[in-house]
Design a protein around this ligand. Structure first.
Ligand code: ADP
Length: 395
């Protein structure tokens, strides 16, 4: 019996869960939000209690210090040596990391060097790795890559049709993201289908603030919507998803506020998507309220959002030549039944039949009718459990 910490650091957040392994029992969990902004919020859930505090947390190093302090303050651990493994979610593993990897100073440096592929995330991961290593030098550190699950994509899917030298010299290709989530929900879906994973064709829709859709054939990713960075694919909370790259130079020539290519990328990452079209918010709950109130921009944002999801599902029905199941997961996928309905009611030609009552009642598991040719499931994702399992496997 040992304790393993799963760490999921975002650009301004740090989610964590402490597990008793190999029992996979969650001992405690927490979230630190608004890192680097004023009034950061730390939440700890332990033994049925929940504590929320507002503090100023300037960076991820300080966030780790507070997390570790909290583990002792709540008596969750008596000694830090009880924690024998720490798994870190890493957004970009590039071509270098195709599976979960033990941390070493060299590996941490390589992850830092991959920062251009995930400029908001990889530096945060590295800061956390170094901070934990100072306090817990004997714990087994493991990096679990969001891109690793997509390492099985065939070359025809991951290459961009640009001159070969850009792949050969600069590794420009599709890497994808949310791999641990797509992997977890596809495995769970195979159980619900009561079929060996190797015999399943599943389309997994991870629809959160960031969002991606993956075609999973026999348990392996064969295509995914995100691209070279997490900006590609479907429309997201603040990200545009796919668009014609000719828009870049055109905008830079016409909008004086866009002076550099980085300004354009920032606009597409932070001011676009639901937020850019609705001009209300990046949060689906606000878009829902805006639609109800008859705000035409919220209506358009929602229609565009569902349209992109529908089109990718359509693509992946073609890529897989049919599917056993479509899975919805993550914040919006699990909770926004009106989004699932809008998307799936437009796909009945494929034999997809939603059970509207089950869908509306926030049922987990199957939400399609017994007659539906393609099953539809809602499966809450569990990236932290996947991370803890990978640490256990490498210890
Ligand atoms: P990430 O991990 O990418 O930050 P999540 O998977 O936690 O994102 O999803 C966050 C998003 O989920 C929020 O921005 C919000 O749009 C959406 N969301 C959360 N709860 C609900 C809900 N009850 N109904 C609709 N959307 C929700």
């Amino acid at each position: 019996m040992s304790k393993t910490l799963a760490v999921n650091a975002g650009s301004s957040s740090l989610k964590w869960q402490l597990y008793e392994m190999p029992e996979e029992k969650v001992i405690a969990k927490g979230l630190i939000e608004r890192i680097g902004l004023n009034d950061s919020i730390t939440t700890v859930k332990y033994a049925g209690e929940k504590e929320e505090r507002v503090l100023d947390i300037p960076n991820h190093t300080e966030a780790v210090r507070i997390l570790l302090d909290d583990l002792k303050r709540f008596n969750i651990v008596k000694e830090f040596t009880e924690i024998t493994g720490i798994g870190h979610r890493v957004v970009a593993g590039g071509e270098l990391f195709k599976k979960s990897t033990l941390l070493s100073p060299k590996v941490i440096q390589q992850i830092e060097d991959l920062s251009p592929m995930a400029p908001l995330h990889n530096p945060a991961h590295v800061a956390c790795m170094r901070a934990f290593d100072k306090v817990l030098p004997d714990a087994t550190g493991v990096a679990v890559f969001d891109t690793a699950f997509h390492a099985t994509m065939p070359e025809k899917a991951f290459r961009y049709p640009v001159p070969n030298k850009y792949y050969d010299e600069f590794q420009v290709r599709k890497y994808g993201a949310h791999g641990t989530s797509h992997q977890y929900v596809s495995q769970e879906a195979a159980k619900l289908l009561n079929k060996p994973l190797e015999e399943t064709k599943i389309i997994t829709c991870h629809i959160g603030n960031g969002a991606s859709i993956t075609a999973v054939d026999g348990g392996k990713s064969v295509d995914t919507s995100m691209g070279f960075t997490p900006l590609g694919g479907i429309m997201m909370g603040t990200r545009s998803g796919d668009l014609d790259p000719s828009v870049f130079p055109y905008l830079m020539a016409h909008d004086p506020s866009l002076k550099t290519s980085q300004d354009v990328v920032d606009m597409l990452n932070k001011e676009s998507g639901l937020a850019g079209i609705s001009e209300i918010s990046s949060d689906m709950r606000d878009i829902r309220d805006g639609r109800k109130a008859g705000n035409p921009k919220a209506v358009l944002a929602f229609e565009m959002y569902c349209d992109r999801i529908q089109k990718y599902i359509g693509q992946y029905l073609a890529v897989l030549n049919g599917a056993d199941a479509i899975v919805f997961t993550a914040g919006i996928g699990e909770n926004a039944e009106y989004m699932r309905e809008a998307v799936l009611d437009g796909l009945t030609w494929f034999g997809i039949e939603l059970d509207h009552e089950k869908n509306a009642n926030h049922v987990e598991g199957e939400i399609s009718t017994p007659e539906s040719r393609v099953k539809v499931f809602v499966i809450p994702t569990d990236e932290e459990l996947m991370i803890a399992r990978d640490v256990e496997a490498l210890k």
